[in-house]
Design a binder for this molecule. Structure first.
Ligand code: 5GP
Length: 298
């Protein structure tokens, strides 16, 4: 064990943590663990171990064995990172919104990796072995499904449909049938039964919550990870749930309040996410994000 001092990004207060050396095995697909000091706008912020950097988040070693710190960046990417931008305040909003969704899901008995929010951009999470699948639940046809089947966006589906993509950026996260998943050993049949049941429970709760604030949950993507409790593996909800990974349409106007605003150049992404956060009570209703950064209710 070694004593490490690092700086929180919110309060600029030194936080003393006991960090275990080694022992981390975050199984982020297609990535190698990276170590070294964290740099932010040219300033070396801290000496803590970076485990993985993705398109929208960074994972750092957590204060205790089996934990990680998940940092939400402002980076937005679309079309397998062909389109990129930095959108000020997006990371702050997604951190808070993901906390809101994960906390609500925990309260109805769905196990998640979320432990607690640490500050504006970071949350403490349980370390998991990520199952290399994007699990997508659809209520209305949109996006890739609408394109693939020639359906008009917004067509109601006969029932919620769960589909799977293999998490591989180089391949563009291809849609895969359950048969492939089991044959290639990415998950077992029992895992798949558990994943579908978990995804549908998430859909039920999320649809209801969003409907309550005048928003249709069109579709969303989740990821799950495996944890080991006393030698027994268990699947829990991982990654994030935010407007980056959902399609959210205003019930009255049909206005898009999700990452399609960025993908399709429909306006200001932070305005859209701020609107979602305000309606859910995560932001005070009189806040506009301009000219300063989002103001959060603690
Ligand atoms: P589609 O397959 O129509 O592009 O996406 C279906 C849903 O899953 C959308 O809500 C979309 O935002 C989400 N989704 C699909 N792939 C990804 C991804 O790689 N990252 C994120 N954050 N969301 C995704």
């Amino acid at each position: 064990m070694s004593l490490v001092i690092f700086w929180t990004s919110l309060f600029d207060m030194p936080l003393l943590v006991l960090a275990r050396k080694g022992g981390l095995h975050y199984d982020a697909h297609n990535s190698a663990p990276i170590s070294g000091p964290r740099e932010n706008e040219g300033v070396v912020m801290a000496r803590r171990k970076k485990i993985y950097e993705g398109k929208a988040k960074i994972l750092y070693e957590g204060p205790e064995h089996g934990t990680l710190v998940q940092y939400f960046k402002d980076d937005a990417t679309a079309f397998n990172a062909e389109k990129k931008a930095v959108i000020e305040g997006k990371g702050v909003l997604n951190n808070r919104l993901s906390e809101f969704f994960m906390t609500g899901l925990t309260q109805i008995g769905i196990p998640t990796h979320f432990i607690k929010r640490l500050n504006m951009r970071e949350q403490l999470i349980r370390q998991v072995e990520i199952v290399p699948l994007e699990i997508i639940v659809r209520n209305l046809a949109a996006g890739s499904m609408a394109k693939r089947l020639g359906l008009e966006e917004g067509t109601a589906l006969p029932r919620p449909i769960v589909e799977f993509s293999y998490k591989d950026d180089a391949l563009g996260d291809p849609l895969v049938p359950e048969e492939y998943i089991i044959a290639f050993g990415w998950a077992t049949q029992q895992d798949m039964d558990d994943i579908v049941s978990l995804a549908l429970r998430v859909n039920d709760w999320m649809s209801g919550v969003m409907f309550g604030v005048g928003i249709k949950l069109v579709d969303f993507k989740i990821e799950v990870g495996r944890v080991w409790d006393n030698e027994f593996p268990r699947l829990i909800l991982a990654d994030e749930i935010s407007p980056d990974s959902c399609r959210l349409w205003d019930i009255e106007s049909g206005q898009k309040l999700d990452k399609d605003v960025f993908r399709r150049d429909l306006g200001n992404l932070t305005d859209a996410y701020t609107e979602v956060a305000k309606r859910l009570g995560v932001l005070p209703s009189n806040v506009t994000h301009r000219p300063s950064k989002p103001t959060l209710i603690n």
